[in-house]
Design a protein. Structure first.
Length: 401
């Protein structure tokens, strides 16, 4: 008789990578100061956190989270539908709806379950959902959990999206789902064209602004605001685990649609709500994002400098146009070797491999709170290690600008 666990005993891939000393996952962080961490007693510059605005270590956010734990306890011990909607959750729903310029918003316990719950609640039998092939895994899970039919279109390929839309029966409800900023390679969805297509074909549009909120647009409302098509995005989804320095997720849109999602999404009904400290931390971070636009400006100054200098050194950081910086290596083994060298030199970054990205790369993200000295040191490490492994040439003059 077959044993379900047999495959686990046979699976040697991870042990082999560990033996080679190139295992990059589940690293235990012993100390965290936001821009620097300690691992194995050694300090590293944190250069791949989604804490874009550095608010996870901000004293005001820490204090709001701590105070909420003191005032409300450590957990709600129940779902939002039942006993887990505190005044904090209600305030967060309302403030996020106002910030995102939508009639209503509903917060979930994680970004992952926001996508999962929203898509599976909205896309019913006979409906169609169209998702870019590079969308986040939580959107993929939402698609798997829904009863409608899924079409995946080639990454940012509008002809392919239209080809699928044209083929749909007229009476089918249609939802297009994209990431505003693609999390692995930092490129943007072509929202102006997607909006045109959704209007032409009578579809609805949902944009995951996990990496856009707090980062993109004049007020940090996301990629929709950046492109000036904010009003045409029917559903804005975001997580709290990035600029909002917490954990949780939100879906914002028309009041009747949010009401439907609140009552139909299984991850809303059957999942305990955000712990009070997480809700209060996100509320404080939202307030700071609106009051301190200079954080976003600093983030963009740093990331533009990093892109510019890495390219001058000879690295390829395409297709990114955002603070997510993928440094293309191409070869998988070389990518792990490059990552290992960067780690040994004092940089915390992550190796990304296919199918998450089109070309194997090391992914770096800088934060508004990195100092100029940290950025300088990180760039020097990239240059030295890139030369050592042969990704960039030695002889290329690197002129700082
Ligand atoms: N969407 C995107 C685009 C993401 O990058 C992530 C997290 N990496 C999520 C959704 C899920 O959010 P969370 O981890 O906060 O649950």
């Amino acid at each position: 008789m077959a044993d379900l666990f047999e495959k686990c005993a046979q699976w040697k891939q991870v042990q082999l990578i560990k033996l080679a000393g190139h295992y990059p996952y589940f690293r235990v962080i012993e100390q965290h100061d936001g821009t620097e961490v300690v691992i194995g007693g050694k300090r590293l510059i944190m250069a791949c956190s989604n804490n874009y605005l550095g608010l996870a270590q901000d004293p005001r956010v820490r204090e709001a989270a701590a105070q909420a734990a003191r005032d409300w306890g450590s957990s709600t011990c129940g779902s939002r539908l039942a006993n887990g909607t505190l005044a904090l959750h209600d305030e967060l729903d309302q403030k996020l709806a106002a910030f995102l310029g939508k009639e209503a918003a509903a917060t979930f316990s994680t970004g992952f379950t926001t996508n999962l719950g929203t898509i599976s609640a909205l896309v019913e039998r006979h409906d169609l959902v169209y998702a870019d092939r590079q969308v986040h895994g939580s959107i993929v899970e939402g698609i798997h959990a829904c009863y409608g039919e899924a079409k995946r279109f080639r990454h940012n390929n509008m002809e392919d999206l239209e080809r699928h839309l044209v083929a749909a029966p007229r009476e089918a409800g249609k939802l297009i789902v994209v990431d505003g900023v693609y999390s692995a390679e930092g490129d943007l969805a072509d929202l102006p064209r997607i909006v045109e297509l959704k209007k032409k074909h009578g579809a609805r549009l949902m944009v995951d602004e996990a990496h856009g909120l707090g980062v993109m647009g004049r007020n940090g409302r996301g990629t929709g605001e950046h492109f000036g098509v904010h009003e045409d995005v029917d559903l804005i989804m975001s997580t709290f685990s990035k600029s909002l320095a917490s954990i949780g997720g939100v879906i914002a849109g028309r009041a009747d649609v949010i009401n439907w999602v609140k009552h139909k999404a299984r991850s809303m009904i059957f999942q305990a709500s955000m712990v009070p400290s997480a809700a209060a931390g996100a509320l404080k971070a939202l307030e700071i994002i609106q009051q301190e636009p200079e954080r976003r400006e600093r983030l963009w100054d740093i990331s533009e400098r990093v892109h510019r200098e890495l390219r001058l050194m000879g690295f390829d950081t395409r297709p990114s146009v955002t603070p997510v910086v993928p440094i293309a290596v191409g070869d998988q083994a070389l990518n792990f070797i490059f990552w290992r060298k960067l780690t040994d030199a004092g940089l915390f970054v992550s190796p990304f491999t296919k199918p998450a990205v089109e070309r194997d790369c090391v992914r770096a993200v800088f934060m508004a709170t990195h100092t100029d000295e940290q950025v300088e040191r990180a760039l020097e490490i990239f240059q030295r290690c890139g030369r050592e492994v042969g990704i960039i040439p030695y002889e290329r003059p690197h002129t700082r600008v």
